[in-house]
Design a protein around this ligand. Sequence first.
Ligand SMILES: Nc1ncnc2c1ncn2[C@@H]1O[C@H](COP(=O)(O)OP(=O)(O)OP(=O)(O)O)[C@@H](O)[C@H]1O
Ligand SMILES: [Mg+2]
Length: 276
Amino acid sequence: MLDVISLTKKFGANTAVDGATFKVDRPLMLGIIGRSGAGKSTLLRMLNRLTEANSGQVLFQGRDVLALQGRDKRGWQSDCAMIFQQFNLVPRMDVVSNVLHGTLGRRSTLATMFNLFPRDDIERAIAILDRLGIAEHAPKRAEALSGGQQQRVAIARALMQDPKIILADEPIASLDPMNAQTVMEALRRINQEDGRMVIANLHTLDTARRYCDRIIGMRDGRIVFDGNPSQLTTGVARDIYGADADFSEAATSTSIDAIGRSDAADAVIRVAQAAI
Ligand SMILES: Nc1ncnc2c1ncn2[C@@H]1O[C@H](COP(=O)(O)OP(=O)(O)OP(=O)(O)O)[C@@H](O)[C@H]1O
Ligand SMILES: [Mg+2]
């Protein structure tokens, strides 16, 4: 399915990613761990062509991803939606419009300028927000939401693209444990229920062990571990993080705040339509 072969990126004399090779043959949830500077973000960014590799190959369903140009490249970038630590929402814009921006790739410039969204898209956006438990926030400005809610808005925006892969770069690094758990559970559900591959850079071992089917460990640009959570022993972790690292921290609490799901989607659609 996804075949990464000797992928390498240099910044001057510094090799950020050094011959990364791995193969994913089903849409699993893959965690990437490693110390700061290990090359995790650079690896993700090369997969969706935000950063161009110096050498190596990325094949997805047999297609040579790094060779794609123009429309094909943009098509690939919408097939592998990216989620960031800082959410990258438009803070003063309402939630549903932020989500609808996930469809920008296929809308005309004029429609974009006037913020005109087809009713079908609005309904789909609301349905996605509802699935993520935040439909009642649809008319609010993004900045009025908690971090965990904002990250779910970013996930909803990604889902509007109907991606085959979700690339998440430290999606919970700015969140408290409870919000972190909600976001990780949302990603896990999307992975299991929709069959979308999720590749997430994670800074805590606990989270990777708990949510991922497979974990890749990076050190100094190289992949030094590739296996399932049970193989990720303390000794292996020490090898990935270095002996002096604090890799045993608890990542998340175990309590989940049950966030009420809104059945008021119709009302929200009316509000959203009135706004455009
Ligand atoms: N745009 C850039 N220009 C120059 N060097 C860069 C650039 N981006 C990353 N690097 C360097 O490449 C290496 C890998 O960085 P990267 O951001 O991929 O690490 P990371 O594992 O994501 O770290 P963190 O956990 O801090 O996010 C680092 O040495 C970093 O300084
Ligand atoms: Mg990073």
